[in-house]
Design a protein around this ligand. Structure first.
Ligand SMILES: [Zn+2]
Length: 138
């Protein structure tokens, strides 16, 4: 559930949490926590590559499909940062950003409206419709 993720984000603050989202057709059905291996986990996140590689391998072998990633902004709005934009591949995957109160979802794209990399999308997470990210469109 989204609320669980927000609780985890609160509990881990001021560190950023991160993980992988599974599902299809823009709908998140499961998540898997990953270690944040960023040099400065208070300001950035980097999903443990071992978790990512394992998930990619499982997908190739018929496991759950990787829909995208989540991470938290413990002290800020749930809008992608410029660092997020720099580290995001324009692969169409979903980025979910949460803090203790809010959540928003974004698609990575080649010419996204946010920092040239993200497009806001309606959040449809774990079966619960959330808020849209439209208000953060710049
Ligand atoms: Zn971020």
């Amino acid at each position: 559930m989204l609320a669980d993720l927000q609780q985890l984000a609160l509990a881990a603050a001021p560190q950023e949490i991160c993980g992988i989202l599974f599902g299809r057709d823009g709908r998140v059905s499961a998540r898997r926590a990953a270690k944040n291996v960023a040099d400065d986990p208070l300001r950035h996140f980097e999903i443990d590559p071992r978790t990512l590689i394992a998930a990619e391998r499982e997908q190739r072998n018929g496991g759950e499909r990787i829909l995208g990633y989540y991470h938290s902004h413990p002290n800020g709005p749930v809008k992608p940062s410029t660092t997020d934009a720099e580290s995001a591949a324009p692969d169409g995957r979903l980025w979910l950003i949460v803090n203790g109160q809010d959540a928003a979802a974004w698609h990575t794209a080649k010419n996204g409206e946010i920092y040239g990399r993200f497009d806001a999308i309606t959040l449809d997470c774990f079966g619960a419709k959330g808020q849209t990210a439209a208000e953060w469109k710049s």
